[in-house]
Design a protein around this ligand. Structure first.
Ligand SMILES: *Cc1c(COP(=O)(O)O)cnc(C)c1O
Length: 344
């Protein structure tokens, strides 16, 4: 029997039985009044995990990004960021509407931005160009195939931001994937890897609702005054959620039980990538396959999508001709075998 294997996104995961139970049992209160103990516990746990003084639970990663742009910029200034970041390309122009900023966008084809270009963006303000107010980077970098920032490079961009007097925001929707990947390739723990990445940014955002498998919610962490200001903006954005502990309980369980297993998603993605590389010459950059995403451009993408669909495999697209496969909590080894039997 053919199962449906849904590789469109890691946002598709269903809450596990244990997660639904934790949600049902959550002790809750009105979080808009600061009275939800489970939401507070998640915020405190996350802040501690990434080594920041404070954290805020938000309905989505997009809102967390938008809150930070709102708090750390002024209208008429720019955010220096990679051209294909979520904040730049996938938020429907939200930063321009919500905060009146524009982007000074930099090349990010390899998943990173060049620290010299960040310095240049700031220096150009002395020459009558737009004044930047924030630097933002993305780790893992989705559009380049879920690449993990080399730590030296991340540090260099942070140094450039500090030298220019600019705060830095890390869109770490999949930062746990980055931390797991870099801790398995290096020697440190996942927590150490998280903290060394978080230390390169003033503020950071992580999604609980992607590879970690929670149904809803993201966390924003940073200095206490910045997070307090983001809390006020969250209310203005309509993002206060009252008994949000029901959602936070899922996030707490995810942090306890779904972090280490991200390595399984990465291993499975690599198997898919090898099969893709064998089937279609030069359609995938194997260097890009570092976490749970497999992005490739086969000769006839529509035919490939149809072939996969006929075999029960759902894939997503990033751009015309560019296919994205995402491994996640609801994809097991048997599912991978099924995809491999189609790719051949
Ligand atoms: C998914 C994603 C977001 C936004 O998260 P939502 O919860 O879907 O709003 C932001 N940045 C990156 C890199 C993402 O992949």
């Amino acid at each position: 029997m053919t199962a449906i294997v849904d590789l469109r996104s890691d946002t598709l995961t269903q809450p596990t039985v244990a997660m639904r139970r934790a949600m049902a049992d959550a002790v809750v209160g009105d979080d808009a009044n600061g009275e939800d103990p489970t939401t507070k516990a998640l915020e405190e746990k996350f802040a501690e995990l990434v080594g920041k003084p404070a954290a805020l639970f938000t309905p989505s990663g997009t809102m967390a990004n938008q809150l930070i742009v709102r708090v750390l910029t002024k209208p008429g200034t720019s955010v220096v960021a990679g051209r294909s970041q979520h904040l730049v390309a996938w938020e429907n122009g939200a930063a321009s509407i919500n905060s009146g900023v524009q982007f000074h966008s930099l090349d990010d084809r390899d998943g990173t931005v060049d620290p010299d270009e960040v310095s240049m963006a700031a220096a150009l303000a002395e020459h009558h160009q737009l004044t930047p107010s924030l630097v933002s980077v993305e780790d893992t970098h989705m559009a380049s195939g879920g690449r993990v920032w080399p730590l030296d490079r991340l540090r260099a961009v942070h140094v450039a931001a500090i030298a220019a007097g600019l705060p830095m925001h890390l869109d770490g929707a999949r930062l746990f994937n980055a931390a797991v990947a870099s801790s398995t390739s290096g020697s440190g723990s996942v927590t150490a890897a998280l903290r060394e990445r978080a230390a390169c940014a003033t503020t950071l955002m992580c999604c609980m609702s992607k590879g970690l498998g929670a149904p809803v919610g993201s966390l924003l962490a940073g200095p206490a005054d910045v997070i307090a200001a983001a809390r006020v903006e969250r209310q203005r954005f309509g993002g206060n959620m009252r008994q949000s502990g029901i959602l936070a309980a899922a996030g707490l369980l995810a942090l306890d039980t779904h972090v280490e297993r991200l390595a399984d998603d990465h291993r499975r993605a690599l198997r898919l990538a090898h099969a893709v590389a064998n089937r279609w010459a030069n359609c995938i950059d194997m260097v890009s396959v570092q976490t749970n995403l497999v992005v490739f451009a086969p000769p006839n993408a529509d035919a490939v999508l149809a072939e996969l669909a006929a075999g029960g495999v759902m894939a997503g697209t990033l751009a015309p001709g560019v296919i994205r496969l995402v491994t996640h909590l609801d994809v097991d080894d048997a599912n991978i075998e099924q995809v491999l039997s189609l790719i051949g």
